[in-house]
Ligand binder design. Structure first.
Ligand code: EZ4
Ligand code: CO
Length: 402
């Protein structure tokens, strides 16, 4: 019988930190899984190295569902981002191995293609409205059919989602940067710049916006109403989602579509949001929600309620996650859209990926498995660097949701 003979936890920082699991079988086949949890990387590295790798050795790499159940139920302690990211890394690596053994791309194992390429949205942002409008023009020239727009709120330094030197990297400091936040200023300003994007660039592309958990349900309802005329594809994370019931109030007041999920980790975290039809897009990812096995289960539940996928695809999800996402996006019937933020240039030195962008869409080609290889020699040139996400504080100094 083929068994897992070893598994390595690889930590490197090619432009930003990534944790990667590489599983090797007795037949010499390797599989990769992303294990990156932004700002808490080493907790997952330890969970894998100290607690999961010893459990993998000698097991059958072909039994993906059984491995998932064994690691999830076997932990006794349920859910949570560290556990679910570690399980995701193992699960993703086993799908990569199964594809390589079968000689098939992973999307074939998931039922084959439902579409030619997956529509992606990119990010446009700027320190002020003219800069945002220029960046939207740039994205349109690159062929994107869907664009997320964010601008700094005047007087509110460090507003979420604004690029510096052409890139946005929120994990920007070796200790968390503290950033001021004013809901009042945001609510007054944001609808006007979204309207400016439509006035300048028209309606022939999808326009998205990320609220990034900053509003109360009632404020989010007001915001959703204020932007109905600009025809958003979605407003993302309008309010924190620990209390799923909070979204009912938003729903009752606006027809602006709602997307939630990047900070959630299990099917239970979105059960109520989906089954009560309180959201339109579920934005969970392979890496933070238990891997391809669990995310497929979530998307299948969502399909019953006409909720579509909209997977998170920020640069803190490695190219292994990106490839896994595209395989899943190609296969499922209820795909909605895929985030495509891009990576620092150094990332391509370490991760050799077959994912390609063309005409507003991503595709993976026909390489067996996930289609990503890891370059150890290149990785050795980029040692881990401690990096944290920021913390938001209201103008009175109290902590807000970042
Ligand atoms: O802040 O992935 O939609 N994308 C986002 C991201 C998240 C980061 C956190 O690590 O909201 O930019
Ligand atoms: Co987001």
């Amino acid at each position: 019988m083929t068994v897992i003979t070893h598994a390595e936890v690889l930590v490197a920082s090619p432009g930003r930190n990534f944790v990667t699991l590489r599983v090797t079988t007795s037949d010499g086949v390797t599989g990769l899984g992303d294990a990156t949890l932004n700002g808490r990387e080493l907790a997952v590295a330890s969970y894998l190295r100290d607690h999961l790798v010893p459990l993998l050795i000698g097991r059958d790499p072909a039994r993906i569902e059984d491995m998932w159940q064994y690691l999830y139920r076997g932990a006794y302690w349920r859910r949570g981002p560290v556990t679910m990211t570690a399980i995701a890394a193992v699960d993703t690596a086993l799908w990569d191995i199964k594809g390589k053994v079968a000689g098939l791309p992973v999307y074939q194992l998931l039922g084959g293609r439902s579409r030619e390429g997956v529509m992606v949205y990119t990010h446009a942002s700027g320190p002020d409205v003219p800069a945002l409008l220029d960046d939207v023009a740039r994205a349109k020239e690159l062929g994107y059919r869907a664009i997320r727009a964010q601008t700094a709120v005047p007087g509110v330094a460090g507003t979420y989602g604004v690029k510096k030197n052409g890139r946005y990297e929120p994990a920007n400091a070796s200790l968390p940067e503290e950033q001021p936040w004013s809901t009042e200023d945001y609510l007054r300003f944001a609808p006007s710049y979204l309207a400016a994007v439509r006035e300048t660039h028209g309606f022939d592309f999808h326009l998205l916006h990320d609220v990034h958990h900053r509003l109360t349900p009632l404020e989010a309802a007001r915001f959703g109403r204020a932007v109905e005329e600009v025809d958003l594809f979605w407003m993302e994370d309008p309010t924190p989602a620990e209390n799923q019931e909070a979204f009912r109030l938003i729903r009752q007041h606006t027809t602006t579509p709602v997307a939630v999920g990047e900070a959630l980790t299990s099917i239970w975290d979105v059960q109520h949001l989906i089954t009560e039809q309180l959201i339109d897009y579920v934005r969970m990812t392979v890496v933070h929600s238990g891997g391809i096995t669990h995310l497929r289960r979530i998307f299948d539940l969502a399909a019953l309620y006409q909720v579509r996928s909209g997977s998170h695809g920020a640069s803190d999800l490695s190219p292994v996650s990106q490839a896994a996402a595209v395989h899943l996006d190609l296969a499922i019937a209820n795909f909605g859209i895929q985030e495509h933020m891009g990576y620092p240039d150094e990332v391509a030195d370490v991760f050799h990926s077959h994912v390609q962008y063309a005409d507003g869409a991503l595709d993976v080609g026909d390489v067996p498995g996930l289609g990503v290889e890891y370059d150890d020699d290149a990785a050795a040139r980029y040692p881990y660097e401690p990096r944290y996400l920021p913390v938001a504080r209201r103008l009175d100094g109290s902590v807000h949701d970042w």
